[in-house]
Design a protein around this ligand. Structure first.
Ligand code: ADE
Length: 240
């Protein structure tokens, strides 16, 4: 019998993973670096689920532990995000085609903003701006989003260590990177996956408009947004 490697799921906050955890069957929990890794089956699919805490370092540490310890075949980052651009509204879903770490800044050295330096032992290192997400997984998430909610946006998700509550910053991210959403973990998880040769996906529900209203909208809409990603993910899992 071929045993399939699990699917890893990472959310930053309790609200982003709690509905998934409450449906996980046969749960076993292991702790590493103060983080809990919940193993079990969801919709009949072997999964490992973790809450990483906010920000790029928390997300990267969690992803790397998950990658080494559980060898997931795909890591999915779920959660909420600030919407960027006139087309993206609170309650919408965004599936990442790629992620950009927009706050990685070596522009003073002549590099374009967001360009990362990735080391590859034994061959040339690499400069990379757009961290790729798995096309097949994104396609499945988009199809399920179409059938459950009538659709989802597909494009660049920008990641940085800041909660963006500034219309100008949102405009900048849209113009510079064609961003559709801004959050604080997706690009870090995508980088960890890229460096380990593992597929990743980023699924975000829009909780706020990354503007002056965001500090108020974020807590109000987070629960609704998390419920949307949970429903979609549960429908998509058996096909991933
Ligand atoms: N997550 C949800 N909303 C966000 C925002 N406006 N900025 C960064 N991360 C977010």
């Amino acid at each position: 019998m071929v045993v399939k490697r699990p699917i890893g799921i990472i959310g930053a906050m309790e609200s982003e993973v709690e509905a998934l955890l409450s449906n996980l069957q046969g749960t076993r929990v292991e702790e590493e670096a103060g983080l809990a890794f919940h193993r079990g089956t969801l919709e009949g699919v072997q999964c490992v689920i973790a809450e990483c805490g906010p920000g790029k370092v928390n997300a990267a540490v969690c992803a790397q532990i998950m990658l080494l310890k559980y060898k997931p075949r795909l890591v999915i980052n779920v959660g909420v995000a600030g919407g960027v651009g006139a087309q993206v509204h609170v309650g919408d879903l965004v599936v990442a085609a790629a992620c950009v770490q927009y706050d990685f800044d070596t522009t003073a050295m002549g590099d374009p903003l967001g360009t990362l330096f990735i080391r590859h032992h034994g061959r040339d290192s690499e400069d990379i701006l757009l961290l790729p997400c798995c096309e097949k997984a994104a396609g499945v998430l988009l199809e399920e989003a179409r059938s459950i909610y009538g659709g989802a946006h597909f494009g660049v998700v920008c990641t940085g260590d800041a909660f963006v509550a500034d219309r100008e910053k949102g405009r900048f991210l849209e113009e510079k990177f064609q961003a559709q959403a801004v959050e604080m973990e997706g690009g870090a998880i995508a980088q960890a996956c890229y460096m380990n040769g593992v597929r990743c996906a980023v699924l975000r529900a829009i909780s706020d408009g990354a503007n002056d209203d965001s500090p108020m909208d974020f807590p109000t809409f987070t629960k609704m947004a998390a419920e949307k990603t949970t429903k979609l993910l549960r429908a998509a899992l058996p096909r991933l």
